[in-house]
Ligand binder design. Structure first.
Ligand SMILES: [Fe+2]
Length: 237
């Protein structure tokens, strides 16, 4: 299994301004770079804040670019996204959660968007869905993808806007015991920590919030490889 990770694109409608257009070109170059580095990827996963202000034009541009890739993509929602606008372009209904199997690893993506709040939430419906997925994967290692971190990262501004119902989430993961890795976005920095025994990783953001500008200044492309001993992450610019 080979995955490409990107997060927090913060796209604005490229037709809206020269700055938004320049940022879309930058995001396109990141996707081209990812495809060049890992042409045999199974999937590209984007962990939310796809659009900076939930604009339909931003989602339209992104869908065109993702559809042109030689591999599948899994776009997640973040607090800057608009679920209805996203659905109007990418299709589907309800929460944007998915499950895929690549090699021996089950990939589960979560929708932590809580409209009107920068903090994340997994309501009873979403937690029940996750409970079912983890039950179905009882003998399979699971890798979770979500926008909001379930844990503090030591930042006084970001910690209050992490996932809000972490106790319910932690209890559910502990009950099943098969989640081996969590990737999240939201915090716009590359970091690693272990939370309740589960390794958690985030990458630097591709875009800056509320500006329509490009941001990444550290390695912002993640390549995840499955080895016989678990997942290995390589960071690339
Ligand atoms: Fe963001």
């Amino acid at each position: 299994m080979r995955l490409i990770l990107m997060t927090d694109l913060h796209l604005r409608d490229p037709e809206g301004s020269a700055e938004s257009s320049a940022h879309a070109i930058f995001v396109g170059a990141c996707l081209d770079r990812a495809a060049a580095i890992c042409p045999d990827a199974d999937c590209c996963i984007l962990t939310g804040d796809l659009a900076d202000a939930g604009e339909t034009g931003a989602y339209r541009w992104l869908k065109r670019r993702l559809d042109a890739l030689a591999f599948k993509s899994i776009p997640l929602l973040g607090n800057h996204d608009d679920r209805d606008a996203f659905r109007s372009v990418f299709g589907g209904d309800g929460f944007c959660q998915s499950v895929r199997q690549f090699g021996a690893m089950r990939l589960v993506s979560l929708d932590t968007l809580n409209p009107g709040s920068d903090a994340g939430n997994l309501c009873a419906t979403r937690l029940e869905w996750l409970d079912q997925q983890l039950r179905d994967a009882a003998h399979t290692d699971v890798c979770l993808f979500m926008h909001h971190p379930p844990c503090d990262i030591g930042d006084p501004i970001l910690d209050p806007i992490k996932l809000q119902n972490t106790d319910d989430f932690a209890a559910l993961l502990q009950r099943h015991g098969n989640v081996k890795q969590i990737f999240f976005g939201h915090v716009h920095r590359t970091l690693f920590r272990v939370w309740n025994g589960i390794p958690c990783i985030s990458l630097d953001s591709i875009g800056a919030a509320s500006t329509g500008r490009s941001q990444s200044h550290t390695p912002a492309l993640g390549l995840v490889y499955q080895t016989d001993e678990g997942l290995a992450l390589t960071l690339r610019i």
